[in-house]
Design a protein around this ligand. Structure first.
Ligand code: NAP
Length: 242
């Protein structure tokens, strides 16, 4: 059985990615950290698309939880292959660097950058053995251009972009592609406090994006059709660069 693991699949962009990959026929492993009700809702949406899946609760920033929950799942499910990994879980905790606390730095870097490293390292071995895999990292415009008030978040996402390019070079010969998708402003809980009316003027297409618009791009990168694309960062940002 071919599986896709989506970290942070309970809400927002991750939820939309789970349902999109379900339409491609994948059995979906839905990771979340705290919001069980939303993770169950994602599973219901996956089933409504005619596929199936299960929920794996672990904190991507915690290497012990990853090895016990995800490592335990891999051991018990030798008949299931994780063919697609989407590293989507992420948080922001903004503030000017002058006043940024250690925890704000540690938690934001811990979730996006360490999370990418811990989860991918665990999944990679079987992809290498099977000589096929699709790894897609959800980064951000902030990691490309930098964003004031987001020194931590910009560093985390820029770090994942560098890792994407490096890992792509390590594993290309084994049929594994590694790419990143960089959203701009997307309507989710993460951007719930932002004033869309005020900000949409900056965006060439004059609106925030929907999670599904990110998920379609992830779906393409997850498919066999994208096999000659690796080490890339694809922006889904309505043309917003400055
Ligand atoms: P969101 O609505 O806040 O959802 C975040 C998801 O990540 C939730 O499912 C959450 O799980 C999960 N999560 C957070 N920390 C986790 C951890 N330590 N371990 C496991 N799961 C964790 O955010 P979103 O807007 O969909 O963002 C998804 C990704 O896109 C993030 O990497 C974000 O940086 C990136 N992004 C978003 C935007 C945007 O405009 N929204 C723009 C650029 C990039 P719980 O439900 O259990 O809390």
């Amino acid at each position: 059985m071919k599986c896709a693991l989506v970290t942070g699949g309970s809400r927002g962009i991750g939820k939309a990615i789970c349902t999109e990959l379900a339409t491609l026929g994948y059995y979906i492993l839905i990771n979340y950290r705290s919001n069980e009700a939303e993770a169950n809702d994602t599973l219901a949406q996956v089933r409504a698309k005619g596929s199936d899946g299960e929920i794996l609760a672990f904190d991507v920033a915690d290497r012990n939880q990853i090895s016990s929950v995800l490592g335990g799942w891999i051991e018990k499910n030798a008949d299931k292959e994780i063919e697609v990994l989407v590293n989507n879980a992420g948080i922001k905790d903004d503030g000017l660097m002058m006043w940024m606390k250690d925890e704000q730095w540690d938690q934001v870097l811990g979730t996006s950058l360490n999370g990418f490293f811990f989860v991918t390292r665990l999944i990679l071995n079987n992809m290498l053995l099977r000589r096929y895999g699709r790894i897609i990292n959800v980064v951000s415009l902030s990691g490309i251009k930098g964003m004031a008030g987001q020194v931590n978040y910009s560093a985390a996402k820029a770090g994942v972009i560098g890792s994407t390019k490096a890992l792509a070079q390590e594993v290309g010969r084994r049929g594994i592609t590694v790419n990143a998708v960089a959203p701009g402003f997307i309507k989710t809980d993460m951007t719930g406090e932002l004033n869309e009316k005020e900000l949409q003027g900056l965006i060439p297409v004059k609106r925030f994006g929907n999670p599904e618009e990110v998920a379609y791009t992830v779906g393409f990168l997850a498919s066999p059709r994208s096999g000659y694309i690796t080490g890339e960062v694809i922006s889904v940002n309505g043309g917003l660069y400055t």
